[in-house]
Design a protein around this ligand. Structure first.
Ligand code: NAP
Length: 278
C-alpha cells in the first residue's frame, strides 16, 4: 500500500483555539475589542476582513471596522491609528495589508502602539521575539508553529528549513523554531541547491508564493511539511507552494491548502487580541 502522510487539519486546530478563546472571553466583564482598518477597495482584502470579523464573533471579541477610501492620505490613516492608540475600549489594532499604492505602509505599521499591535509587526514586538521576551508574535508563524506541534510536539535538535525570509513570515518563523530548540536554516531566492537543503529538513516550511515549487523528491521521508503559500491557479483553484499530490506520498505529516495554515492565521489574530487585552 502507498504511504500517505498525516493531514494536519488547520480548520480543526483553529476551531479548537477559537473555542478556548471564546471560553475565556465569556468569563470577562468586558470582552476584548479589535479595530480593523481597511483602506481602499481591494476585493481580497475585503474578503480577509470579513473573515476576521466573523472569527471575532466566534471568539467573543468585539470588532470595530474603520473603512477608509483608497484616496486616503498617510496623515488621515495616521489620525485614525492615533485615535485608536489612545482609545481604552480598543485592545488590538489591525491595519489590513497591502495598503493602496503610494501609502507609506512601513511608517503606518510602526505608528500602531506596540501593546495593541496584534499583527506583531512593530519593531518593539519583533525585538522581543528575537530577544526571547514575551510580546505579540505575528499570526501566521504563530499558527504554523501550533500546526507543527500537532505532528511533532518536541522540536529539540530537529532540523527545520524555512523557505522565505519575509518580515511577515519567514524571519519570525525561524525565530520561533529556534526558540523551540530546532536547528534552523532559512532559505531564500539566492540559496544554492535548494532541493538538497530541503531534503535535509525534519520540518520543512514553505512560504514563497510559487505554486507547487516544492516537489516530492525535495522532501525527506517522514518530514513534517507546512505549506504557507496561497496561490491562485488559472483555473481559479487555490494551491500552496508544495506539490501536495507528490509530497503527501513522502512526508510524515503535511498541511493542505486551503484548510491548513490559513485558518490558523485568523485564530492567532484572536489569540493576540485576547493577549493584548490582559
Ligand atoms: P514575500 O514577502 O514575497 O517573500 C517570499 C520569500 O520567498 C522571499 O524571502 C524570497 O526570497 C523567497 N523566494 C522567492 N522565490 C524563491 C525561489 N525561487 N526559491 C527560494 N526562495 C524564493 O512573501 P510572504 O509574505 O512571506 O508570503 C509567502 C507566501 O505565503 C505567499 O504565497 C503568501 O500568500 C503566503 N502567506 C499566507 C498566509 C496565510 O495566512 N496562510 C499569510 C502570509 C503569507 P528573497 O528574500 O531572496 O527575495
Amino acid at each position: 500500500m502507498e504511504q500517505t502522510a498525516q493531514i494536519i487539519d488547520g480548520k480543526i486546530v483553529s476551531n479548537r483555539v477559537l473555542g478556548e478563546i471564546a471560553a475565556e472571553t465569556a468569563a470577562m466583564a468586558t470582552p476584548p475589542g479589535l479595530a480593523v482598518i481597511l483602506v481602499g477597495d481591494d476585493p481580497a482584502s475585503h474578503v480577509y476582513v470579513a473573515n476576521k470579523i466573523k472569527a471575532c464573533a466566534k471568539a467573543g471579541i468585539r470588532s470595530i471596522e474603520h473603512r477608509l477610501p483608497a484616496t486616503s492620505t498617510n496623515e488621515e490613516i495616521a489620525a485614525v491609528i492615533d485615535a485608536l492608540n489612545t482609545d481604552s475600549s480598543i485592545n488590538g489594532i489591525l491595519l489590513q495589508l497591502p495598503l493602496p499604492k503610494g501609502l507609506d505602509e512601513d511608517n503606518l505599521i510602526q505608528r500602531i502602539a506596540p501593546e495593541k499591535d496584534v499583527d506583531g509587526l512593530t519593531i518593539p514586538n519583533i525585538g522581543k521575539l528575537v530577544a526571547g521576551l514575551d510580546g505579540l508574535v505575528p499570526c501566521t508563524p504563530q499558527g504554523s508553529m501550533l500546526l507543527i506541534r500537532e505532528a511533532c510536539p518536541d522540536l529539540t535538535g530537529k532540523h527545520a528549513v524555512v523557505i522565505g525570509r519575509s518580515l511577515l513570515f519567514g524571519k519570525p518563523m525561524a525565530q520561533l523554531l529556534l526558540a523551540a530548540n530546532a536547528t534552523v536554516t532559512t532559505a531564500h531566492s539566492k540559496t544554492q541547491n535548494l532541493a538538497e537543503v530541503c531534503r535535509s529538513a525534519d520540518i520543512l516550511v514553505a512560504a514563497v508564493g510559487r505554486p507547487k515549487m516544492v516537489k516530492g523528491d525535495w522532501i525527506k521521508p517522514g518530514a513534517v511539511v507546512i505549506d504557507v503559500g496561497i496561490n491562485r491557479l488559472e483555473t481559479g483553484k487555490l494551491c500552496g507552494d508544495v506539490d501536495f499530490d507528490e509530497a503527501v506520498k513522502v512526508a510524515g505529516a503535511i498541511t493542505p491548502v486551503p484548510g491548513g495554515v490559513g485558518p490558523m492565521t485568523i485564530a492567532c489574530l484572536m489569540a493576540n487580541t485576547l493577549k493584548a487585552s490582559k
